[in-house]
Write a protein that binds this ligand. Structure first.
Ligand code: AMP
Ligand code: ZN
Length: 150
């Protein structure tokens, strides 16, 4: 870790939870990740999956850890589905960056159980995008894929 990352980690609530130095209702843990209940749940059962090692966002997380976080998120979603909480659906959400609503700057996956009439809405104004623009968007991303080391 760089010096900046080390000092961020020292002040980070999710690092403290991963180290079991802060209170949390843990549902699963292994050597790479911890999953625990969100303190301000959108719906009952809302939980977070976090890597133990401090990382802010997608750009800071190595592929193996990321794959494991998403895989455990899948397991947690299945557990919620099968639990006595009897949810009817699941949203899995990642907020990467302040503009994307990230407020805790330690990578975390939200697993949010959904219940009919739970009142949570995701509202977006959308309109169909011209094919030429979709194609140029796709090209920009393809260029990035080609130049991204994996
Ligand atoms: P985000 O907006 O994606 O950064 O979400 C951060 C989430 O962390 C919010 O849903 C908070 O309710 C949750 N949170 C913040 N502090 C704690 C904590 N000490 N224990 C559990 N969840 C927390
Ligand atoms: Zn942290």
């Amino acid at each position: 870790m760089t010096q900046d990352t080390t000092s961020a980690a020292q002040k980070c609530i999710f690092c403290a939870i991963a180290a079991r130095q802060a209170e949390a209702s843990v549902v699963y843990e292994d050597e790479t990740v911890v999953a625990f209940m969100d303190l301000n749940p959108v719906t009952p059962g809302h939980l977070l999956v976090v890597p133990r090692r401090h990382a802010v966002g997608l750009e800071d997380l190595d592929r193996a850890t990321s794959a494991h976080v998403w895989s455990v998120g899948h397991d947690m979603a299945r557990a919620l589905r099968r639990s006595s909480m009897a949810c009817e659906g699941i949203n899995v959400m990642l907020c990467d960056g302040e503009v994307a609503f990230q407020t805790v700057f330690h990578f975390h996956l939200h697993v949010v159980p959904r219940y009919a009439g739970d009142g949570w809405t995701l509202k977006a104004e959308t309109q169909e995008r011209e094919r030429a623009l979709l194609d140029s968007d796709a090209q920009a991303i393809k260029d990035a894929i080609a130049s991204t080391s994996r």
